[in-house]
Design a protein around this ligand. Structure first.
Ligand SMILES: *Cc1c(COP(=O)(O)O)cnc(C)c1O
Length: 493
């Protein structure tokens, strides 16, 4: 199993090389050249999450020795890292054949942990497999959750350094708190005066700068990425869709082979792409429902075939989805178009901020996907209604998905069972959740946690409560033009 670049089919990489490198030199993303078929689902459904993960991941990571991969997966999803749960990604049933796939039981309380607990282990293994002894410098742009999950995942990993950039006014108070108090000797965190797209573009351009790569090389270092542009982020996300289907089978909720829809609150399109990839390996997924907030660039694209980022950027109640350049869409388009047009479309996107997909791609998008979006008002209503009607407290990102899922069902009449990705703990977005429930805002986040606990009867996750009183370690903020200099300074170059 090899990987090529979405902008150059001739670039061939093994899985280990693709994970180490992160992004291809000409700016493309690594994609598998073929998709392995899943083993029979009735067999998988009798296995644990770890065993399911090994069956799903093994064929994608052929150059990783089986015992090494097993050790990585076991360690990453050990119950003590996921709230004591044997299954790190459990399903919570709602009415109307809807299931929330809770992906936030990891150390940072958002779904990014599902991949970022495994990625550092894969990366260390990959360096050994590829015989690359250089120090790995991970640059990460974050809309809030990736940053913390990467910090937690890579903290004190030998041979790795991590630099995180987040938009100063674009993350929740709890998200910020989590990042600026991070412990560990091999990392730093810095705010920029821009949004996520600015941070991501700056980081991508640093990756594809040959002069900088040479300078790092001389110092015995190399760049890599912990964003979902890295294949090592995406592969672990395929697993939980397979595992959720297996759980529904094992619980007798669905018949073998029955199609299940999947609805995902979407930003950089990594999570929904992983569901699409799961479908390609043979998982019976029906419609892929793409839920956006007011930054509805993907809704418009799925409806019209025109991707146009020339529009206002909004900060919303679901900050981790405040994105206008959804990187992983490039991988989907590679797949749906046969590959060749992608390079041109992304050249147009870079030059003019827009491109139009051709008719055959539009037809395939319409057959596989549905796109919808949700205002902040409707996000609050979804939090409130879900709490009243189902006794379930959800975060604003999950609320966006619940609302769009309802719109989809009303519009199409398709009432097939649906798995809805629940991407963050409600306790991570205390203020938004409390105001959606009509509660007065507390003095600080920690008072908020206590109010939310009392209201819901659910204990707040221990890692969030533990932030109270931790000292701030990182308080630097820079203009976004300064990211490159900041990186050089941090590396002593
Ligand atoms: C990152 C994130 C998303 C968006 O996921 P993508 O893979 O970027 O589409 C949604 N919700 C939460 C809570 C997130 O942290």
């Amino acid at each position: 199993m090899n990987y090529c670049s979405t902008r150059d089919r001739q670039v061939g990489r093994t899985a280990a090389q693709a994970i180490l490198q992160g992004l291809s030199a000409e700016g493309g993303l690594f994609v598998p050249e073929e998709f392995p078929a899943l083993p029979p689902l009735d067999e998988l459904s009798r296995l644990s999450y770890t065993e399911r993960a090994l069956h799903v991941l093994g064929p994608f990571l052929m150059d990783f020795p089986a015992d090494q991969l097993r050790a990585c997966v076991r360690d990453a999803y050990a119950p003590e890292r996921f709230g004591g749960l044997d299954n790190p990604a459990p399903l919570a049933p709602l009415s109307g054949e809807r299931w929330l796939l809770e992906l936030w039981h990891g150390p940072t309380c958002a779904f990014k942990d599902m991949a970022l607990q495994l990625l550092p282990r894969l990366m260390t293994a990959a360096a050994g497999i590829a015989g690359d002894g250089r120090e790995i410098v991970i640059l990460t742009a974050t809309s809030g959750d990736t940053g913390k999950a990467a910090l937690e995942g890579f903290r004190d990993v030998p041979g790795v350094r991590l630099l995180v950039f987040y938009p100063r006014d674009g993350v929740s108070p709890m998200q910020k708190r989590q990042m600026v108090t991070q412990e560990g000797g091999n990392l730093s965190v810095c705010a920029i005066d821009g949004n996520f797209d600015h941070a991501q573009s700056a980081v991508k351009s640093i990756f594809s700068d040959p002069a900088l790569a040479a300078r790092l090389g001389q110092a015995g270092m190399r760049f890599s990425s912990a964003n979902s542009i890295n294949w090592g982020r995406l592969a672990p996300q395929i697993v939980y869709y397979v595992s959720a289907y297996c759980d529904l089978l094992a619980q007798g909720r669905i018949r073998p082979g029955q199609a299940v829809n999947v609805c995902v609150p979407t930003g950089n399109f990594g999570n929904l792409l992983a569901a699409f990839y799961a479908k390609k390996t043979g998982l019976p997924i029906g419609r892929l429902i793409c839920a956006s907030n007011r930054n509805r660039v993907l809704t418009d694209f799925l409806r019209t075939g025109v991707y146009d980022r020339n529009r206002d950027f909004f900060t919303t109640l679901s900050p981790s989805m405040d994105i206008l350049i959804s990187s992983n869409l490039e991988r989907l388009l590679w797949d749906l178009s046969g590959g060749e047009p992608v390079k041109d479309w992304y050249r147009q996107l870079a030059a003019e901020g827009r491109f139009q997909a051709d008719d055959s791609v539009r037809a395939r998008l319409a057959a596989e996907f549905y796109g919808g979006f949700c205002s902040d008002e409707d996000t609050c209503a979804a939090i409130r209604d879900t709490f009243r009607e189902e006794g379930y407290l959800c975060d604003p990102h999950t609320a966006v998905a619940l609302k769009v899922c309802r719109d989809y069902r009303e519009e199409t009449g398709d009432a097939a069972p649906v798995v809805i990705a629940s991407t963050a703990s409600p306790h991570k977005f205390v203020n938004s959740v409390l105001s959606a429930l009509g509660q007065p805002l507390p003095a600080d986040e920690y008072d908020g946690l206590r109010v939310l606990e009392a209201l819901s009867g659910q204990a707040a996750p221990a890692p969030l409560k533990a932030l109270e009183g931790k000292p701030v370690r990182f308080d630097s903020a820079i203009p976004r033009e300064g990211i490159r200099d900041q990186v050089l300074r941090a590396l002593g170059l």
